[in-house]
Design a protein around this ligand. Sequence first.
Ligand SMILES: [Zn+2]
Length: 94
Amino acid sequence: MNVPQAIRNMRGPGQLVLQWQDGEHSLSHARLRGACPCSQCRAARLQGGISLVRDDVRVLQIEPQGYGVQLVFSDGHERGIYPWAYLHDLIAQS
Ligand SMILES: [Zn+2]
């Protein structure tokens, strides 16, 4: 499986930097919050309920979960576990 070699959380600019074999890629914290894969957020997106994500939302904590990372956001949301493949897809789409 494609697993990043390193992850760096840059709270100032709000970027999560992932070091993959093919180089370094970053995802903004707001983008990650908007793409939260938890069941609650998925359901909201499927129903077309696009919740507004504040630009200044930040990732406060990264909890390794083996197959990915759980992200704890500054708005209190911490249900999303982002599998590596999902993060890779988000980067590919950006
Ligand atoms: Zn969520």
